[in-house]
Write a protein that binds this ligand. Structure first.
Ligand code: SF4
Length: 260
């Protein structure tokens, strides 16, 4: 259910196992993209409603007046900032406008294939090097629609934005054996876009692991044993092959656990 809410704080913080503190802006709490491997699914209360923080940009400026300009803020953890609801509420756009006024570095994570990011090209250009788009390719809805990766919406978005001078990093996280063909994806991207790769990192008997297992059994039954090996035995043969092939390539980075 959609719920418009008022918040007292614009910023939240996450504490990944590597000891870092990640400052986050989530204009929405809840996500409509539906990734079965999403870490947020570990919280059973998450996504029961889609909370729309209608006043978030109004309080952001005051909250960030004394922000250390060296510290990057991540926009999008419990939501995809460019999912369809953003078309109506424009909260991501409004937050970017405030960040730009304060000249604060920001990374926006998205997997949505909505092309809505192009609506904000005026702000992104003004933000220049303070802005980076972290564009995820493991969007299962998109992947189910095309075989030729040059037609994949998010690959086209990455290339177009990159050619417009916007900082874009591409993420294939998690790599989904039998579903995400890493070589073909990298080939379809402009050659100087950085690519980040990581494997499925889900512990057995957790909710995200069970959701992914169910998704594979329903939609890709021929891959069921491969994914059981990944989840229960931490054995990912395809990932090891990818790592061997790409680990000496400067453009390709591995093991960014904290990024979706
Ligand atoms: S991984 Fe990101 S895009 Fe996918 S459901 Fe979770 S929050 Fe949404």
């Amino acid at each position: 259910m959609l719920k418009e809410i008022l918040v007292n704080n614009a910023m939240t913080y996450e504490y990944p196992p590597d000891g870092e503190i990640l400052p986050i802006i989530d204009p929405y709490d809840g996500c409509t993209i539906g990734c079965p491997y999403c870490f947020q699914l570990g919280d059973e209360t998450w996504n029961t409603n889609l909370n729309i923080k209608i006043n978030i940009s109004d309080i952001l400026h005051k909250e960030l007046m004394n922000w250390n300009k060296e510290d990057t803020i991540y926009l999008g953890s419990k939501c995809d900032p460019y999912m369809e609801i953003e078309r109506k509420y424009q909260l991501t756009r409004k937050c970017l406008i405030e960040l730009n006024k304060l000249n604060i570095k920001c990374m926006v994570t998205t997997k949505a294939g909505s092309k809505l990011v192009f609506r904000d090209i005026d702000i992104l250009k003004l933000m220049g090097d303070t802005f980076t788009l972290l564009l995820g390719l493991s969007n299962l809805q998109q992947l189910s629609k095309v075989e030729d990766y040059t037609l994949l919406s998010n690959i086209q978005t990455a290339n177009q934005l990159h050619r417009m001078g916007i900082n874009v990093w591409v993420f294939i996280t998690p790599i989904l054996p039998g579903i995400t063909n890493v070589d073909a994806m990298i080939d379809a991207l402009d050659q100087d876009i950085p690519v980040f790769l990581d494997k499925v990192r889900l512990s057995r008997n957790t909710r995200p692991a069970l959701m992914l297992e169910r998704f594979i059994e329903k939609n890709h039954p021929h891959l069921a044993s491969t994914y059981k090996d990944i989840i229960y035995n931490q054995s990912d043969v395809y990932y090891e092959d990818v790592k061997e092939k790409w680990s000496n390539n400067e453009r390709v980075k591995f093991d960014l656990n904290r990024l979706k």
